[in-house]
Design a protein. Structure first.
Lengths: 113, 115
């Protein structure tokens, strides 16, 4: 069965500092991987996705993620966070043959001035 | 551009009461989904639909029923609400069931409390 682990429940980062959110997945074949962001009171918005090819994926709002098959990871990064990045971030996995997403438990990001 | 709209956004129910959550999408999507979001659990799929008149069970279907009488609407029903159904419910839609080359659009959520 597919699964996603986001080991950090809550992360606090200073504005302007770099960010890395961790995501580890379990999937029997080459996975499809996603990062979603949920701002307070809002639905989920897709930040970026990986299906195949280049393992470094660029997304919206200056985010990027790197697929590392050997580590079963898909960590999200941003070089310099802004106060508006405060939100909850979800990693998700799916794949061909099982096209339904499995979400991680989320990481809440707090930005301090 | 409405996208995916959920009503109501907030509701408090007493145990045993029934209610229906309505999801409407204006993107002509075939596929629609209902998720619930609980603290420390992430999003879990309740039911989904691959087209008008069809429904299928997801990961946590017990205690819920759904209907897709019109392509643009997907209804989630609780026949006899229980405190364990206190959650945030998200509707989503997509053009295709295939994840590759496809984007799932989410509504803003419906906060349900069962007392």
């Amino acid at each position: 069965a597919q699964s996603v682990t986001q080991p950090d429940i809550h992360i606090t980062v200073s504005e302007g500092a770099s960010l890395e959110l961790r995501c580890n997945y379990s999937y029997g074949a080459t996975p499809y991987l996603f990062w979603y962001v949920q701002s307070p009171g809002q639905g989920l918005q897709l930040l970026l996705k990986y299906f195949s090819g280049d393992t470094l994926v660029q997304g919206i709002k200056g985010f990027e993620a790197e697929f590392k098959r050997s580590q079963s990871s898909f960590n999200l990064r941003k070089p310099s966070v802004h106060w508006s990045d405060a939100a909850e971030y979800f990693c998700a996995v799916g794949g061909p043959g099982n096209e339904k997403l499995t979400f991680g438990t989320g990481t809440r990001l707090t930005i301090i001035p | 551009n409405a996208g995916v709209t959920q009503t109501p956004k907030f509701r408090v129910l007493k145990t045993g009461q029934s209610m229906t959550l309505l999801c409407a999408q204006d993107m002509n999507h075939e596929y629609m989904y209902w998720y619930r979001q609980d603290p420390g659990m992430g999003l879990r799929l309740i039911h989904y639909s691959v087209g008008e008149g069809t429904t299928a069970k997801g990961e946590v279907p017990d205690g819920y029923n759904v209907s897709r009488l019109k392509k643009q609407n997907f209804l989630l029903g609780l026949e006899s609400a229980a405190p364990s159904q206190t959650s945030v419910y998200f509707c989503a839609s997509s053009y295709s069931i295939r994840l590759s080359g496809n984007t799932i659009y989410f509504g803003e959520g419906s906060w349900l409390t069962v007392v």
